[in-house]
Design a protein around this ligand. Structure first.
Ligand code: SF4
Length: 761
């Protein structure tokens, strides 16, 4: 039919390849304009771009998706068309119509309003010649059996046919998982062209966070790695170059990123998935799976923005007309290709599936296929055997293939579930993490509770962060306390700034108003506490990163709530404080097992920043949210409140060093239990010598390196720590349903007192 093409034709087709192949095969030099129907419509009638979306959102506050629906139909909404035209938002190709000499439409259904325009010119409709093949349709019990049959049929074909001449046609999404699984079992290379959303990746998250904060594209782009995703983000941003960055542009960019996909890399020699329109090679082999009702032919419903009634008025194909044309298209393909293998399933999971209406209409013979070929994949055979054993044990069903498979795979570990972690290939693991590792106190804490817990939470990242009201309150307190002691701090402005985008119910509002008063109370108390210290410099929310030499790139990162420091008589003094909204635990007995390491880790980080040259006065937790206390007769209420906010932790027993941080150390006015008598510190005062503090830092160093070594070697056994019969490792672990831990997995340990290992030489 393509021999009818002539010089200067405008060709409308969904398959440009067929034309190019024809011209190449026949060695013709024809000057053709080849377009898809969409390209023709855009050039002929005009189209809109991101400028129009921006305009509609700005003027009418539409949601992005709503604006897109209107713009998809702007040719048929008169008022919208006029408004867009008036604002120069319709892009037109002025000389396009003049350039048309003849229009050739190949195998494409036209809406009547387009056909009416096409027919104003010299035109030609070319449709593929149909033949009268009547292929047999293969009937299989389930979707999985259908896919298995297709995979084995392809394997047999591969002995005589080039893999690039075998295609799967019109594949429904329901088949993707099974196709991937079965083709992998049979080692059949496949281009599934799966699309992966980039929204939700770390790069997009960091980019959007920075863009929303800074409203600066360059600084947002600088936050992310220059990889494949970076290029996709650039492409989206380029669409909005016509205006400066504002909240609407940021919103549009975010919405576009939600619908931006990474394309799978295409294999050169593989089975490809194609549409009906791409079936052009009469010698190729085509597999049409899912020849079931509702899937093939596809059915359209009257549920678009423009109803069928409106479509009729505007000369657009109605759903009914599209269904007729779709059916005809399938009939043409089914009867025109001799190497077309059609299959359908009777069940998908437990749902009955009906065969396509075309089977009866075209009188296609049905061939029932039993899957009993077991010469192609051991993995498939073993899985099949396990499922046949299930049927036998549960329902007493004896499948004819059961004994054959059972006799061949007697070593099948059936019903022998093994919960053990089997070590991942180290090279594969390092590739997965890009040979980079970021550790923090919380990830290390997970690791030392149980290596498998760390693996799930920090490598597989299955521990989704969800903000609760309590985490919000914690963040609010940390935020305000990081600003409260700066010169230009205004409580009300900062408080409102933090809560401005949040919605609260009445109970939460009430709670927040009470906590607001508490927060002001703490600020006053902390200011008073600071008066007792000679360390006049303070850092808040200080991020410290320590690079560590290892087989992979490791960075240890920590954010310290408050560091008080100063230089006095050429000596540097420092104290570290972490705010706690929950119950503070300053116990360091389990440090030897890698637990309770938060404050010790901060000392380790500070030592790396300030090198050897610092005197650590102490390290403390400060509980910043308390229950109300009741008035007690004979006690000073204000003093009782102040005591609630006392620091809890360890102080240096060197009086010269400690006095720089707390001038009241002999009977401290802000450190819990810190008191002296003429004989020295009271026994309940938590004090440590310089040597002990240094020992803690060395211990942290040791524990960090021990963890890195295990992580870079992908050692993630299930090994929760049990100390004196108390299971500490599994406390608050969210992965109990995954690990199936057994008694033998427990890492049983004895409790230790920190004095023992800190005094130990
Ligand atoms: S429940 Fe216990 S054993 Fe299981 S992953 Fe969590 S910490 Fe490890």
């Amino acid at each position: 039919m393509l021999e009818n093409l002539k010089q200067n034709d405008l060709v409308i087709t969904s398959n440009k390849k067929i034309i190019l192949k024809y011209l190449n095969d026949t060695k013709q030099l024809l000057n053709l304009k080849i377009m898809s129907l969409k390209e023709f419509v855009d050039n002929y009638f005009g189209y809109t771009n991101q400028k129009a979306i921006y305009y509609l959102i700005k003027k009418y506050h539409y949601k992005f998706d709503i604006a897109k629906v209107y713009l998809d139909n702007f040719l048929f909404i008169d008022s919208l068309y006029q408004e867009l035209e008036l604002n120069n938002l319709i892009i037109k190709t002025p000389l396009f119509k003049e350039s048309i000499s003849r229009i050739v439409v190949i195998d494409t259904f036209l809406d009547p309003y387009i056909a009416k325009e096409v027919e104003k010119y010299e035109h030609l409709y070319l449709n593929e010649e149909t033949k009268n093949y009547i292929p047999a349709v293969k009937k299989l019990k389930t979707l999985e059996e259908e896919v298995n049959y297709v995979a084995i049929s392809i394997l047999k074909l591969l002995d005589k046919i080039d893999i690039n001449k075998i295609f799967i046609v019109n594949l429904n999404q329901d088949y993707y998982i099974a196709i991937k699984r079965f083709f992998a079992m049979y080692n059949i290379p496949l281009n599934l062209a799966e699309k992966k959303k980039i929204y939700g990746t770390i790069s997009v998250k960091l980019f959007l966070e920075e863009l929303k904060n800074s409203k600066d594209l360059e600084s947002a782009l600088n936050k992310i790695e220059k990889d494949e995703i970076y290029n996709y983000i650039i492409d989206v941003c380029n669409k909005y170059q016509f205006t400066s960055i504002d909240d609407i542009v940021i919103y549009c960019i975010e919405e576009e990123l939600k619908n931006t996909y990474l394309q799978d890399k295409k294999l050169v020699n593989a089975i490809n998935i194609i549409d009906f329109d791409q079936m052009i090679d009469k010698d190729a082999y085509y597999f049409l799976l899912g020849f079931n009702e509702g899937i093939c032919p596809l059915t359209f419903k009257d549920e678009d923005y423009l109803s069928d009634a409106k479509k009729t008025q505007n000369g657009i194909l109605t759903s009914l007309e599209k269904n007729i044309l779709e059916k005809q298209k399938v009939i043409n393909k089914v009867s025109s290709f001799s190497n077309l293998i059609i299959t359908y399933k009777q069940k998908q999971q437990s749902v009955d599936c009906y065969p396509s209406v075309l089977i009866e209409q075209l009188n296609l013979p049905i061939q029932t296929i039993e899957n009993n070929e077991f010469s192609y994949s051991h993995i498939y055979n073993k899985l099949k055997l396990a499922s046949l054993l299930d049927n036998f044990i549960k329902y007493n069903i004896i499948d004819p293939n059961l004994s054959l498979l059972y006799n061949n795979y007697q070593d099948l570990p059936y019903l022998a579930y093994d919960n053990k972690y089997h070590q991942i290939d180290v090279n594969l693991f390092r590739k997965f993490i890009n040979s980079k590792l970021t550790l923090s106190y919380s990830s290390l804490d997970n690791f030392y509770h149980c290596s498998f817990r760390y693996y799930i939470a920090n490598i597989l990242k299955l521990d989704k962060y969800e903000e609760t009201f309590m985490t919000f309150i914690g963040n609010l307190f940390h935020y305000i306390l990081s600003l409260a002691f700066k010169e230009d701090f205004d409580f009300e402005t900062s408080f409102q700034e933090f809560i401005k985008d949040k919605n609260f119910n009445a109970k939460e509002e009430h709670f927040i108003s009470r906590l607001k008063i508490k927060l002001q109370e703490i600020i006053k108390i902390i200011k008073a506490q600071d008066q007792y210290s000679l360390l006049n410099k303070t850092l808040y929310e200080q991020k410290i990163t320590v690079p560590i030499q290892s087989k992979i790139d490791v960075n240890f990162v920590g954010i310290i709530d408050k560091i008080k420091y100063d230089e006095i008589d050429n000596q540097k003094y420092i104290a570290v404080i972490d705010y706690k909204t929950g119950i503070p635990n300053v116990n360091i007995n389990n440090l030897i097992y890698g637990l309770s390491m938060q404050l010790p880790i901060y000392l380790y980080l500070l030592k790396h920043v300030f090198k050897e040259d610092i005197n650590i006065a102490g390290f403390y937790l400060q509980k910043i949210i308390h229950e109300n206390i009741s008035f007690q007769y004979g006690k000073d209420y204000d003093h009782e409140i102040e005591k609630l906010y006392y620091l809890d932790g360890f102080s240096n027993d060197n009086e010269n060093i400690l006095s720089k941080f707390d001038q009241t150390y002999t009977s401290s006015k802000f450190i819990k239990s810190l008191k002296m008598s003429s004989k020295g510190f009271y026994s309940y005062a938590k004090v440590l010598s310089n040597e002990q503090i240094n020992k803690i830092i060395s211990l942290v160093d040791e524990k960090i390196n021990e963890a890195i070594k295990a992580i870079e070697n992908a050692e993630f056994s299930i090994n929760p720590k049990v100390i004196d019969n108390k299971n500490i490792g599994c406390e608050f672990c969210k992965f109990k349903d995954i690990c199936y831990k057994k008694e033998e997995d427990m890492n049983n340990l004895k409790s230790v007192n920190y004095q023992d290992f800190l005094n130990d030489n």
